[in-house]
Write a protein that binds this ligand. Structure first.
Ligand code: G3P
Length: 217
């Protein structure tokens, strides 16, 4: 399973990508709104940080498919990794069908059901993003949705890749991998938490202490 960073913060993206384990970035209007400057400059800067083979999701805000396609055709010129994020609405699906036909990468977002994921796959979406945490928030099981989509895409050999989104804690990452997600997109805080284990810290301290004794002897 690949790891993407779910962030529009350049400092976070720089620090995470620098470690060599992040292959893409997903943004959304809420994350972008927390940053200053223009959307275009931000996406261009993010593209300059992410591996050329990776993906950078940037969301359109139009409501009609015409508006979405128009925005997408502009946004795609901001970087070769740009993936157009579209909402799972009838207009979003139509825009996806058109953009897929033009070879433009797409990420269908705000997916909360298997049927929505199936529609995205039929429209040729590159990625589909089930929102795990937001389903958990309303007492449903977000990871079960990822597992169901993965099982159906696998059974019918549908090439659309699954991005487990709305990841809230490290166990979500583990569960997304076990459920068959192709990618988990992770907030920076959760990414940092993935490194932590008390036994690693204790182990490092003990090795250092033993090494210091050895050097003294
Ligand atoms: O990738 C979608 C994600 O940003 C939504 O996360 O925590 O706002 O549900 P959250």
């Amino acid at each position: 399973m690949e790891l993407y960073l779910d962030s529009a913060n350049l400092e976070e993206i720089k620090k995470a990508v620098d470690l060599g384990v992040i292959t893409g970035v997903t943004t959304n209007p809420s994350l972008v709104s927390q940053q200053g400057g223009s959307f275009k400059d931000l996406i261009r800067e993010i593209c300059s940080l992410v591996p050329k083979t990776g993906s950078v999701s940037a969301e359109v805000m139009g409501e009609s498919w015409r508006e979405m396609v128009k925005e997408a055709e502009e946004i795609r010129t901001w970087g070769e990794q740009v993936t157009i994020k579209l909402p799972l609405t009838p207009d979003g699906i139509k825009a996806c069908t058109i953009l897929s036909g033009e070879g433009i990468k797409t990420n269908l977002t705000l997916v909360f059901s298997v049927n929505q994921a199936l529609l995205a796959a039929r429209a040729g979406a590159t990625f589909v993003s089930p929102f795990v945490g937001r389903l958990d928030d309303i007492g449903r099981n977000g990871i079960d949705l990822v597992a169901q989509i993965a099982s159906i895409f696998d059974h019918y050999q549908l090439p659309t890749r699954i991005i487990a989104a709305s990841i809230r804690h490290p166990q979500h990452v583990v569960d997304a991998a076990l459920a068959g997600a192709d990618i988990a997109t992770i907030p920076y805080k959760v990414f940092r938490q993935m490194f932590d284990h008390p036994l690693t810290e204790v182990g490092i301290k003990r090795f250092k202490a033993d090494w210091a004794k050895f050097k003294e002897s």
